[in-house]
Write a protein that binds this ligand. Structure first.
Ligand code: PA5
Length: 419
């Protein structure tokens, strides 16, 4: 389902040395030595009753509303956003949601733009609304504030009792103010597993509920992830592209390539790279170490950042995410400049290859990860691939993959400022 290719100017990757390090890391992960490693076997152990409950709740939401507001930030937001962008039409909210009898989905709580919330609340007046609030800690400032706003809106519009039937909460089993409120008000709730951290939680109710509401097949998604959990449970580097990718990232980092630029040629993968930025950035960039993740969307950024890629400081490597089979292709039969390229997808592949060749002339290392198709199954597979690759990369770098001490500092400042 995934394929790895790479082009390096020097081909001296010490695979044997990596093999011995990775064997140790493999066992460390497999035996769940660290906390927050529950994602490792989650797709293999998720209970069917939970999946059925999520599907039934998604149906319930669909029957009640024409617009679902999903409130969350970081790991409680990006996975669902990435999946819906990847698998639903870019015109889903504007057109298809109405046609397919599914609610439009609006994300909130990941920023504090007053303009956005004013416009969103105005927009909701012509919709039947449900709200899904997601916060593992139940105390994160941005989603908490935004949820306060939407709780008031819902109560004003539907009354306290009906509003409670339209609010869904995904949070810790016991801790946090959101859990206390949900229990008191009788919201339908789902639990974020204790042993899975925010950015590793997309395959739990955190991602699964909004994704299921959008009509995406979460059963296939979990099957894709379960398949990946088996495929990448292989300590042999020669047969594990997930570990090969982790080793390559580390090799390049050691050679001063401190920026990883995730590049996509298919727009539907754009938010997947946002999810990747969070996964790698929050997991690996600590203690003065790690590779900074960036993302570019091609061809758009070839006409801007392409200058930097070709000619700028050589402190980066490119990781290109491509898709081999595209469901819908556009014939270029009548296009004047398409030459041998018979279809849009074919031309897009030629653009990718041409950019790679041009950058290689400048010795820019290039890693290409190709996924066979854009499907729920492939999404589940990719999520697991990158979660494991990220954990492995962090251990190779010598940092803890599952904490985020650096994110706390600004929160303390806010607390002090609004006291
Ligand atoms: O990966 C993480 O742990 C973070 O990005 C969290 O997901 C994010 O801070 C949101 O936290 P919470 O779900 O507790 O509101």
């Amino acid at each position: 389902m995934m394929k790895l290719d790479y082009w390096l100017s020097d081909a001296n990757v010490p695979w044997q040395a990596y093999q011995s390090q990775l064997s140790t890391i493999h066992n460390k992960l497999k035996t769940k030595e660290d906390d927050y490693t529950g994602w490792m076997d989650w797709p293999l152990r998720i209970e069917q009753s939970l999946v059925q409950d999520i599907l039934a709740t998604a149906d319930d939401i669909r029957s009640k509303c024409t617009a679902l507001v999903v409130i969350g930030i970081g790991g409680s937001y990006l996975g669902a956003k990435a999946c819906i962008e990847l698998l639903q039409s870019p015109f889903y909210n504007e057109y298809y949601a109405g046609q397919q009898n599914r609610p439009r989905i609006y994300f909130a709580g990941h920023h504090l733009s007053s303009i956005y919330y004013e416009e969103l609340l105005d927009r909701l007046n012509s919709e039947e609304v449900c709200v899904c609030v997601i916060s593992k800690s139940g105390t994160t400032l941005e989603p908490s504030i935004v949820f306060d706003l939407f709780r008031s809106y819902m109560r004003e519009r539907y009354g306290i009792t009906e509003a409670a039937k339209r609010i869904y909460a995904i949070t810790d089993a016991e801790k946090g103010t959101l859990r206390a409120e949900a229990d008191e008000q009788g919201y339908k709730t789902f639990v974020v597993p204790d042993d899975i951290g925010g950015r590793y939680s997309v395959l739990t109710p955190v991602g699964l509920l909004p994704i299921a509401v959008a009509g995406i097949d979460i059963v296939s998604m979990l099957e894709g992830a379960a398949q990946a959990a088996k495929v990448y449970d292989n300590a042999d580097l020669a047969h594990n592209i997930c570990y090969q990718y982790g080793a390559l990232r580390h090799y390049l980092q050691e050679r001063g390539k401190v920026i990883e630029i995730f590049e996509v040629y298919e727009g539907r993968l754009r938010y997947f790279t946002e999810w990747l930025k969070q996964l790698f950035g929050e997991s690996e960039c600590k203690d003065g170490k790690g590779v900074i993740p960036m993302s570019l969307q091609m061809s758009t950024d070839l006409h801007s950042m392409g200058q930097f890629l070709q000619d700028g400081r050589q402190i980066f490597f490119e990781t290109v995410l491509t898709v081999s089979n595209i469901r819908k292709d556009v014939s270029l039969e009548n296009c004047r400049m398409s030459g041998k390229a018979a279809s849009m997808h074919m031309l897009n592949q030629i653009v990718e290859e041409s950019a790679r060749k041009a950058h290689l002339e400048n010795n820019t290392p290039n890693i290409r990860l190709t996924v066979s198709e854009l499907s729920a199954r492939a999404f589940g597979h990719m999520v697991y691939f990158f979660e494991k690759a990220c954990a492995v990369s962090c251990y190779l770098t010598g940092v803890q993959p599952f904490d985020q001490p650096g994110v706390e500092a600004y929160k303390c400042n806010i607390k002090a400022a609004i006291k």
